[in-house]
Design a protein. Structure first.
Lengths: 355, 499, 314
């Protein structure tokens, strides 16, 4: 007989370390699929480490990969804090990218000081509207936003494909379904010579800081927390719950939209329908690993990006499938859930020797 | 006199708290034993050990089979069920989507059989209903039943399992006085048939009228035991509270100007209000009596701005309000103490200090250009928690860590500090111990004496009688004033019957 | 221009509707079992992928078609067990755990497939379930092609509708599952195990979901592709609300959905030159959202859905 008993004392340090322990546990568990694939363990882990920390270049590659994850992680974190289940980050990312391409491929031509903010704004609004829809359906009709925001991902992706084969198609693209390139003025500048890391990364860090300030220091952040933790009491206390939920929904979608802008205007330069390898979904893992803290999101995004970049490098060198990265990241989510549980409870094994 | 059940030296400790301290108790065949005590006295802990929900730190539970004692294995819920001990909880444990028949049979029939044998079950239940006088429509969904009918289902569930010991936890809390009398009559019949009953209550009147023997618990200890015939009320209260208990002093209020006026107000939706007219004047406490579920919650929702009337009007200080919201209710100086303090009153994950300013987040001592003024919030919390005696691990701790009584004091502090013209107090003392309840009552009287109009909704008729300057009774959405102070008259009004 | 009537009269249209509905029937029944017991299982999308991959791989390794079906169900049950442990005794967020299961199950399936077959460029094929040929029945006009020339897995789906209906509406077990999804305290007070009932329902439901995936690789197609599930699991989560958690309505919902999907394929071939094909591809997802919005207001959610239960706590 196994009993679940609440812990009488909580150790704050241990609780704070849960995400770290979970991340390490997931990396350790990755040994099982590595062994199953017949890879020499030590060498594989070494290759993964070097793939990220081997050189300054690989390190910037990792940060490049972390950039969209910070945005989508923030998007999930602020929504989940308000108990709004935005699982549509992937779709909102594409909406942001599509808007960026729409504005940024020559519709308006201005100086970078104007173009970049304009493109960012357009992407944020598009992403925001993408989540406003499910939020309105939830508030107005009671339709579960998990399902609607998830299904919207598929609709948006198909819509993007349709645009890329239609009005957005690059006539010079040799028939490939891709958009025209974004004009130079709207491109987020690179940070280092001959490296791909771009200003989007700094923007992501700045956004995380602003998000932290808003959630932790303002009345608005307190109201949002009250709504997330107990909407009934917040409503009773005169807080405009509906309005707040709509704002959170829009902000969450906007953040995911910025991920799309950053990828398309900072990294790729044009839009294709395989812009994101699931950054929207990975953002959920990032947010959970960060325990929904905006600053934590930056660290968690760096961890998840390291796993992806490291596993990619290991995969190229040793022929192990790069799905190992997805496996490790999803394991991290399950481990952090378990960690949260064991910080509050312990299992007591009880046999016949009852007191 | 043969014993059927014996609790021997049961002890249970939760951290530093000794919830049950060496309690022993014998129950005889065909006896009604009343277990009296305040909240937190140990009644629930004791019953949880009897029913295997908790493993006692010391002591044991014995049942008697043909006069021979047998010790039940500790912490085994099934053992209590097998020993034919049944319990009717204060909060019913019924699944609303099942029929009455399914609810009773659930757990008593094999789960994995291909076909169900429902017709013998139906016959047996019909027979039980005739014998006990507790009738319920067997094919109705639980969700369609009244509270009284649901309680009958709970008792039938136990009887269907052929219990010899039935534990009833606060069985009359949700009943009208007449319904309660009906319940006691039915129980009497069954006790005459050989059933033994443990009756948990804090209503002295019922205990004195119905039980054979009384046991009083305080702070986890059995502090007194006597045959009911020899008991007297004052002595029992002293045992329960450990001191002489006085209701707060109250002089009649002096009515002032009209503060809140509902005129022929109705709502649509569940548990609607029907043509309610009510006028609340400053300097008076209006008590609203009634069995829960007769529209009190809806009335409170309307006054709180959470539900809009479908007809009729609501005016504050003579000004008709088109659409009252929680925010505008606050702006019109209506303070609200919600019925469910955990669900509507506080945000448990926020700190005590944050909860204390939850209703006035836009005030200048709370925020400055949208940024929180932590020092202002902390000062406010320090002042209020000492003035209202909110005890707990501190103002920076999560409100979830407060006890029910302290949560209520927190809400009271928040409401009264806003100097409201109208106070809506919905079940303000439900579940609180005497001391905390008396403190809340005292504060409400104080607010009245300062000129506020207090609307007190309570299902505890004694509380309504003790505090109110005027009394209204709610039944089926109607809310009518009564001049009577007689329990029987009011009881009939609560049941919707003219006296 | 387009003769819709003609489409509705053709046998092939109705046969296609039922075929398209089949994996959804499995999925909706699985989601129904989980949710009736009070547990939302957002692992469904990943469990579909695992079912598809495992069923296909078992057959490819020589286990035989029914061996594949069994392997898929077992694999689904295994991931269901993980979700059940996380959400039932541990009481963790059903939303987050479910999404975690989806990500985990999808990556396990993909990694396993890629590791077993590192070098293939075109996915290897198996010999899938064939359309049945039952003497007399299959030759009936109209009904024959629609009902009796389907694959055995479609028949299995229809049989399972009956089984789940019997369990939920006619058996003591069903009463207990419905009760535990409404008020676990009631079940506990009657001496039944809340944890046991919920875990059982989640594991069984997940096995059913995996069969939906297996249908794709073993009946609809003959190979496994990444991304072949393509949101079908999420559609089932919408459909089960539309079906008010009732097996009969679940069948109806899946069939309606299959009809619309079959219709859009036919319209697409007729109207392909006027309207971009993607518009038709969006229809299933849009329909699911519409169905959800229509059903949401009157949906009678199991009252204890999403609420964890721990012994001795209220």
């Amino acid at each position: 007989m196994i009993e679940i008993v609440p812990r009488e004392t909580t150790r704050p340090l241990l609780t704070a370390l849960i995400p770290v322990i979970a991340a390490l546990a997931a990396l350790a568990l990755a040994a099982i699929p590595l062994l199953a694939a017949g890879a020499p363990l030590l060498q594989a882990y070494k290759q993964m480490f070097l793939g990220v920390f081997g050189s300054f270049f690989t390190f910037t590659e990792m940060l490049t990969r972390a950039t969209p994850l910070i945005f989508t992680g923030l998007a999930a974190a602020i929504a989940f804090r308000a108990k709004l289940w935005n699982i549509g980050g992937e779709g909102q990312l594409y909406l942001g990218a599509l808007a960026a391409v729409w504005i940024g491929t020559g519709m308006i031509d201005g100086p970078p000081a104007l173009m970049i903010p304009l493109v960012l704004l357009a992407g944020a609004i598009a992403g925001g509207l993408g989540m406003l829809g499910p939020a309105i359906l939830k508030l107005r009709f009671g339709a579960d936003e998990v399902v609607t925001s998830l299904l919207l991902n598929f609709i948006i992706l198909i819509f993007v494909q349709m645009m890329l084969e239609g009005p957005f198609k690059d006539p010079m693209g040799l028939g490939w379904p891709q958009s025209e390139p974004i004009i130079d003025a709207a491109i987020l500048p690179g940070l280092f010579e001959r490296m791909r890391l771009h200003a989007g990364f700094l923007l992501a860090i700045g956004t995380a800081l602003i998000t932290w300030i808003i959630t932790a220091l303002t009345v608005w952040g307190l109201k949002a927390r009250a709504v997330g933790e107990n909407a009934a009491a917040a409503r009773h206390a005169g807080i405009g719950v509906t309005r707040l939920m709509l704002i959170v929904a829009f902000a969450s979608g906007a953040l995911a939209g910025l991920a799309g802008v950053s990828e398309v205007a900072g990294l790729k330069g044009y839009l294709t329908s395989d812009l994101s390898p699931g950054f929207g979904y990975a953002g959920i893992v990032v947010a959970m690993l960060a325990r929904l803290s905006p600053i934590g999101v930056v660290l968690a995004a760096i961890y998840v990006a390291s796993v992806f970049v490291g596993a990619d490098s290991m995969s190229r060198a040793m022929g192990v499938s790069s799905f190992l990265a997805d496996l490790t990241v999803s394991l991290s989510l399950i481990c952090v859930l378990l960690g949260g549980f064991f910080a509050q409870f312990r299992l007591r094994f009880r046999g016949a020797q009852t007191p | 006199m043969t014993p059927v059940l014996s609790l021997k030296n049961l002890t249970k400790r939760f951290g530093p708290v000794l919830a049950a301290d060496d309690i022993s108790l014998d129950l005889m065949h065909g006896e009604v034993l009343a277990l009296l005590g305040e909240n937190g006295a140990g009644k629930t802990t004791l019953m949880n050990m009897l029913f295997g929900q908790y493993v006692p730190d010391a002591g044991s539970v014995e049942v008697f089979d043909a006069g021979q004692p047998r010790t039940l294995p500790a912490g085994n819920a099934q053992a209590a069920i097998d020993a034919r001990i049944g319990m009717v909880h204060q909060h019913f444990t019924l699944a609303e989507n099942l029929s009455v028949l399914d609810s009773v049979v659930l757990g008593a029939e094999p789960l994995w059989s291909f076909r169900r044998a429902l017709s013998p079950a139906r016959t047996r239940l019909t027979d039980l209903m005739t014998r006990s006088g507790l009738t319920v429509p067997l094919d109705a969904k639980i969700s369609a039943l009244t509270v009284g009918e649901r309680q009958r289902v709970e008792i039938l569930k136990a009887l269907y399992r052929d219990v010899r010991v039935l534990v009833l936890d606060e069985p009359t809390a949700v009943l009208t006085p007449q319904e309660a009398d009906g319940l006691f009559a039915a129980l009497r019949t069954m006790v005459a048939d050989g059933l033994s009953v443990i009756f948990i209550s804090h209503k002295l009147r019922e205990v004195l009228a119905f039980s054979d023997r009384i046991m009083v618990l305080r702070h986890g200890k059995a502090v007194g035991e006597m045959p009911t015939a020899e008991a007297d009320a004052a002595r029992i209260i002293r045992m329960m509270v450990g001191e002489d208990h006085k209701m707060p002093d109250r002089s009649p209020g002096t009515p002032g100007d009209l503060r809140l006026h509902l005129q022929n107000l109705s709502t649509s939706g569940t548990r609607p209000l029907r043509n309610v007219t009510l006028d609340a004047h400053g300097g008076q406490i209006i008590g609203i009596a009634g069995v829960s579920g007769n529209g009190q919650t809806t009335l409170a929702q309307v006054i709180s701005g959470l539900e809009q009337p479908s007809a009729g009007s609501l005016s504050i200080q003579g000004q008709t309000i088109d659409r009252l919201t929680p925010k505008s209710a606050l702006a019109h100086k209506i303070g609200r103490i919600p019925e469910d303090r955990h669900h509507d009153g506080i945000v448990p994950a926020l700190t005590v200090a944050e909860n204390l300013v939850l209703e006035r987040l836009d005030d200048s001592d709370v925020q400055h250009f949208g940024f929180l003024r932590k020092s202002g919030i902390a000062e406010n919390a320090a002042r209020l928690s000492s003035a209202y005696d909110v005890r707990g691990p501190g103002i920076a701790a999560r409100a979830a860590l407060l006890s029910g009584g302290n949560i209520q004091k927190l809400i009271l502090a928040r409401v009264i500090e806003a100097a409201p013209d109208v106070i809506l107090a919905n079940q303000p003392t439900r579940g609180l111990d005497f001391r905390a309840a008396a403190e809340i009552s005292r504060r409400l009287i104080e607010a009245r004496d300062r000129g506020a109009a207090v609307i007190l909704i309570s299902e505890d008729l004694d509380e309504v009688l003790a505090l109110s300057d005027r009394i209204f009774v709610m039944h089926d959405g109607h809310c009518l004033e009564t001049d009577s102070r007689d329990r029987t008259d009011i009881g009939y009004a609560m049941a919707g019957e003219a006296a | 221009m387009i003769d819709i009537l003609q489409i509705f009269l053709s046998e092939s249209f109705w046969a296609a509707s039922l075929r398209i509905a089949s994996p959804l029937i499995f999925g909706v029944l699985g989601a129904l079992l989980c949710e009736r017991s009070g547990v939302l299982n957002l692992g469904i999308e990943g469990i579909f992928v695992v079912g598809a991959m495992t069923g296909w791989m078992a057959v490819w390794l020589g286990a035989g078609l029914w061996g594949g079906v069994l392997a898929a169900a077992l694999a689904g049950a295994l991931f269901g067990l993980l979700h059940a442990i996380l959400t039932v005794p541990f009481g963790l967020s059903q939303h987050v755990s479910g999404l975690g299961i989806t990500l985990f199950a999808t990556s396990v399936a993909s990694f396993t497939y890629r590791t077993a077959l590192p070098d293939v460029t075109s996915p290897p094929r198996i010999e899938p379930f064939r359309a049945m040929d039952i003497p007399i029945l299959s030759d009936l006009p109209f009904l024959g092609p629609v009902l009796f020339q389907q694959t055995p897995m479609t028949v299995l789906a229809l049989v399972l509708v009956l089984v789940v209906w019997w369990v939920m509406d006619r058996s003591a077990l069903g009463v207990a599952i419905k009760a535990v999804g409404d008020n676990p305290d009631a079940v506990n007070a009657q001496g039944l195990s809340v944890v046991g009932l919920r875990m059982g329902a989640v594991v069984a439901g997940s096995a059913l979901m995996a069969l939906g995936g297996a249908f794709l690789t073993m009946s609809a197609f003959d190979a496994f592709f990444f991304g072949m599930v393509n949101g079908r699991g999420w559609i089932c989560i919408a459909l089960v609300i539309f079906a008010s958690w009732q097996p009969g309505k679940a069948l109806l919902g899946a069939l309606l959905f299959g009809m619309f999907d079959a219709l859009q394929v036919r319209l697409q071939t007729e109207a392909g030159s006027f309207i971009p094909g993607q518009v038709f591809l969006m229809i299933p997802y849009i329909l699911s959202i519409v169905a959800l919005v229509i059903a949401a207001r009157r949906a009678d959610y199991p009252r204890a859905l999403l609420t964890p239960w721990r012994k001795g706590q209220r």
